[in-house]
Design a protein around this ligand. Structure first.
Ligand SMILES: *[C@@H]1O[C@H](CO)[C@@H](O)[C@H](O)[C@H]1NC(C)=O
Ligand SMILES: *[C@@H]1O[C@H](CO)[C@@H](O)[C@H](O)[C@H]1NC(C)=O
Ligand SMILES: *[C@@H]1O[C@H](CO)[C@@H](O)[C@H](O)[C@H]1NC(C)=O
Ligand SMILES: *[C@@H]1O[C@H](CO)[C@@H](O)[C@H](O)[C@H]1NC(C)=O
Length: 483
């Protein structure tokens, strides 16, 4: 090829790259929100952004059907509380596969289900072993039912696990092994995944390494080689993600399965609720991660392609804040499907925003605030506790997006969150007569007083009595911290 030919070929290949998403890049779509977006809006959002893989936390028909007739590959899931049913009854697993898997597979126009997630981080230490007995039998029954339905070649059952299923006795990945209390179960599961050509699925959270340890070297959580370096058997580690991942690789190697396929089921960075949780740090994290994935760099022990699901799509205002207030701020999009920071899913680091959700309808431009005459904030205290208890005040407090509010605006923020969560019902702005509905934007600086959206469905509804404590694993994981 002559020089011009090479240039043309190069330009064409660049154009192809730029229109392509990083190979294998997926996202987690959670719905623990008071006002979840309509599934068809979300499906279009995925398509508009070229996202071709999505991981769900259940197999809700409305959600799954929205992904029909698209080229998006899907991981559906079975919640932890249902594991017992699947473990105890093969018939139940068969019914599930019939109703919730094969029913969606018609060609053409069906849903491209690729995986069934059995449980969600069921071995998390904070669950005190509740799901340790049921997970493996449930996994076996689900894969058997998939096989018997004739789809087991294409659709694999796996267990989405948290990185707290393994640990290292030092700061070196090569000292990694499975956690002693669940080691027997892990070895059984790994053997089974291997026999069935199914992947190991692991959630890795560098943010939590930082969150759990004030002495953690901050730069080591990111991917720009500016933090520390760990040398391990002639391999260099300059970020905690690689070190964490390779600790798993070593654990698998020691169990006798060095070549088991691993996918990263969750990885991401929150944007509020902690001093290191903000749009700037999230952008830094994702820029590094996506570039690494685009280059198929893999990790020192496993170079190459890495199937990865970002966590997550949206902020979810009904997640438990037991792990920390950041828990409701993991979205690469806000609650309303607006992108929060520039992100280039092709891995070229271009400074561009993701395509926002289209067709989202908002409630009226009305806010609920504290009457300006009120100055006895102590008296108002119980009203604030009430409002925050039933809505989301995780942006209030030191070093968070609404941490600079004065005492009066603090109360207004709480009132407004409750008012919006209850769809701006007039009674929801009473607060013993201290609340006022206003039409001028109550936002203050960087602190957004949001207007809620018209919900695509209240699957979780406002029956907050159902404060099911869904302890999100990450924060409670006790992965060693590399310090
Ligand atoms: C199928 O999915 C629906 C929606 O998530 C769920 O309610 C139902 O229990 C599932 N069926 C089985 C047999 O698990
Ligand atoms: C686990 O045990 C601790 C301490 O006994 C308890 O506080 C916690 O609620 C338990 N968690 C679950 C999910 O059972
Ligand atoms: C605002 O509310 C938060 C959360 O309740 C509290 O931590 C903070 O101290 C309050 N700030 C003021 C100025 O009252
Ligand atoms: C209110 O103001 C904030 C910034 O001050 C802005 O981001 C937000 O979009 C405004 N809300 C509405 C509904 O206009």
């Amino acid at each position: 090829m002559d020089r011009a030919g090479i240039l043309v070929a190069w330009a064409v290949s660049m154009m192809m790259v730029s229109s392509n998403l990083v190979q294998g890049l997926g996202v987690n779509w959670g719905t623990m929100a008071s006002h979840p977006l309509h599934p068809s809006i979300v499906a279009n959002l995925l398509k508009d952004n070229g996202i071709k893989k999505v991981k769900l936390f259940d197999s809700d028909h409305w959600t799954v059907n929205a992904l029909a007739d698209s080229d998006i590959e899907v991981m559906i899931a079975i919640p932890n509380l249902e594991l017992e049913d699947f473990a105890g009854s093969y018939h139940h697993a068969k019914k599930f596969v019939k109703q919730n898997v094969t029913a969606h597979l018609k060609e053409p126009g069906g849903v491209k289900i690729r995986y069934v997630g059995v449980g969600n981080e069921p071995f998390l230490k904070s669950y005190n072993g509740s799901f340790v007995k049921s997970t493996f039998p449930a996994l076996q029954n689900v894969q058997k039912a998939l096989d018997e339905a004739g789809v087991g070649d294409k659709i694999k059952a796996t267990v989405p696990l948290n990185a707290d299923v393994y640990e290292s006795s030092s700061d070196k990945p090569s000292d990694g092994n499975f956690r002693p209390d669940i080691k027997d179960q892990m070895v059984e599961i790994v053997q089974f995944l291997n026999d069935n050509n199914a992947p190991f699925s692991v959630n890795i959270y560098p943010f939590l390494s930082l969150y759990q340890n004030d002495d953690f070297p901050v730069d080591f959580a990111f991917f720009d080689n500016t933090g520390r370096t760990i040398n391990d058997k002639n391999l260099q580690y300059n970020n905690v993600f690689d070190a964490n991942f390779d600790t798993l690789v070593w654990a698998l190697k020691k169990a006798g399965f060095p070549n088991l396929k691993i996918l990263v089921g969750e990885v991401g960075w929150p944007t509020d609720g902690h001093k290191s949780a903000n749009a700037k740090s999230a952008k830094r994290f994702y820029d590094g991660l996506i570039k690494k994935l685009a280059n198929n760099k893999g990790t020192p022990m496993k170079p190459g392609y890495l199937e990865t699901y970002l966590f997550g799509l949206f902020d979810e205002d009904q997640k438990s804040v037991a792990p920390g207030p950041f828990e409701r701020h993991w979205g690469i999009f806000r609650y309303d499907g607006q992108p929060k920071f520039p992100m280039d899913l092709s891995g070229q680091g271009r400074n561009q925003m993701l395509v926002p959700a289209k067709g989202v309808q908002y409630l009226e431009k009305k806010w609920c605030v504290l009457d300006s005459d009120v100055s006895d904030f102590e008296a108002v205290g119980p009203q604030v506790d009430f409002a925050c208890g039933l809505s989301d005040c995780s942006s209030l407090g030191l070093a968070r997006s609404c941490g600079e509010l004065n005492a009066h605006d603090n109360v207004s923020y709480a009132f407004n969150m409750y008012f919006q969560t209850l769809d701006q019902s007039v009674e929801a702005c009473d607060f013993k007569g201290w609340g006022r509905i206003v039409t001028n934007n109550a936002s203050q600086g960087d602190c957004l007083f949001p207007i809620q959206i018209m919900s695509g469905g209240k699957r979780l509804g406002l029956s907050f009595a159902a404060l099911v404590v869904t302890i999100f694993g990450g924060a409670l994981m006790s992965f060693f911290l590399f310090v």
